[in-house]
Design a protein around this ligand. Sequence first.
Ligand code: NDP
Length: 296
Amino acid sequence: MDSPKTALADPKIIDGKDISQAVKGELALAVAEAIKGKTRNPGLAVVLVGDNPASKAYVKSKIAACKAVGIESFLIELPADTAQAVVAEKVKALNLDQKVDGILVQLPLPKQISSAAILALIDPAKDVDGLCAVNAGLLLQGADGLFPCTPLGVMRLLAHHDVALAGKNAVVVGRSHLVGKPLAMMLLQENATVTICHSKTANLPEVCRQADVLVAACGQAEMVKGSWVKPGAVVIDVGINRVESSDGKGRLVGDVAYNEAYEQARLITPVPGGVGPMTVAMLLSNTLKAFNSRIG
Ligand code: NDP
């Protein structure tokens, strides 16, 4: 097989673009319902420090997505040499701003600023990225809260395809706070038997072969081979890696060797067009949730 199969009309492919559009359509209706009788729309503040082109592009797409569903956005742009104390003051002001339901600090921050220190300042009720300790703790406890967007997006893809999780073996390759750990907790919440793998895991291919649901979130281009996939497994590829291509422009690949894994899998996400589009949709969903719990 020469190129990744497209999502069009292939029932094996989990089409994140399509599903995210459907989610955004539902959200637009939910926002319209939520603001009835209220004096304002949900609001998302995005703090962008510096001029990293990728970050700027992400922020632009998040703001456009907000507009499309009726969420007001407030962009706070600060120069790359901004001191940590200035960013901290900005976040504290946003915590108090009544028009703001969600605060997103675009990562990575310039090196003079501690991301952990800044994220820790965000009011947990406005932490729409779900990265603060309070929300992480709520997730661990199986309680309600604002949880990280990419894992929420993965769960939504699985639900959309009615993937059974109770009693199934789920293997998550990666243990970051952003993806691996929260996703493992969400899968556990749905009664999967969850194994979390990382760079020190022994016999990784063998562990992956036990998975009914295999999630790759390790940031290693095409690391998960077809031979690591149990026939009939559901494969979710969170990875986004730019690799060289013959035309010199580079191309995006996931953490899974797609064409090989495709042959083994029952369902599989492509890269791009799989998990990626769901992340922004879940950010919007978290912002509406924050709005509803703050003023609902
Ligand atoms: P991190 O770099 O924070 O974490 C990577 C994890 O993978 C770590 O736990 C690491 O283990 C593990 N890992 C690295 N190498 C190996 C290996 N050889 N074998 C087994 N495990 C390994 O990455 P993120 O979680 O932030 O992101 C993961 C991927 O998902 C990246 O490709 C990223 O670009 C992508 N991503 C995509 C998003 C989307 O919207 N689609 C959103 C966020 C991320 P250890 O802890 O031992 O170091």
